[in-house]
Design a protein around this ligand. Structure first.
Ligand SMILES: [Fe+2]
Ligand SMILES: [Fe+2]
Length: 213
């Protein structure tokens, strides 16, 4: 699945990076995702029965916190209007999935993140530097994501030696989440477009409603 995300990112990267406003919006989205990961990893650290894994989850949470800060700052540098706090909620993934499935979910997320960041780096290579030095920021984050993918993969092997089915199930869950998110984004866009269209179409009616005298 990370191959698909990488290919899609390569396709859309020129469009996104051609506008500082669009780039800032995307990077702010990264900050949002990283911040959500902090909560997931902190919850995992609190609930795992293994103190060794709890320590790894807390280290992971600290990295994601740093990534969220870096991306929030970068978004602001790209477009000063794109600032402010990053609000997140939690889906209580550890509690609902259990540790092995949670790890499979996180592991896939890290692989997907790596593919996306790789694609952005490939696009930005050799181009004029942008405010906030996105290449340097993404390159730094990518190093951590490699480590996150490696250790979650190793833990997953320990907890679930036959992890194929688990990973496939989590891939389907992830696709479903993306689909719902895309649906939400599309429906709010459609609401704006149809609302605007109705407003324009109804404009002649206002002249009829004007009091004559
Ligand atoms: Fe991250
Ligand atoms: Fe990560």
């Amino acid at each position: 699945m990370s191959l698909i995300f990488g290919a899609l990112t390569r396709l859309f990267a020129p469009f996104v990076w051609s506008s500082p406003r669009r780039a800032a919006r995307m990077v702010h989205g990264f900050a949002h995702a990283e911040r959500a990961s902090v909560i997931d990893m902190q919850q995992a650290a609190r609930h795992t029965p293994s103190p060794a894994r709890a320590a790894q989850y807390l280290r992971h949470a600290a990295d994601e916190w740093r990534h969220a800060q870096l991306f929030a700052r970068l978004a602001h540098k790209l477009d000063a209007a794109r600032s402010g706090p990053v609000h997140v909620d939690t889906e209580h993934l550890y509690d609902t999935l259990g540790e092995a499935s949670f790890l499979a979910f996180v592991h896939m997320g890290e692989q997907r993140g790596r593919a996306q960041f790789d694609a952005h780096l490939a696009h930005l290579a050799g181009r004029a530097p942008l405010p906030g030095r996105p290449r340097a920021v993404i390159r730094g984050v990518l190093r951590d994501e490699h480590q996150h993918a490696a250790y979650t993969g190793a833990l997953l092997d320990e907890l679930e030696p036959r992890r194929g089915g688990l990973v496939a199930r989590m891939a389907r869950r992830q696709l479903w989440r993306q689909w719902l998110r895309a649906g939400r984004a599309l429906s709010s866009g459609l609401y704006l477009v149809t609302g605007g269209l109705l407003y324009v179409l109804c404009a002649p009616l206002f002249t009829l409603l004007r009091p004559r005298g």
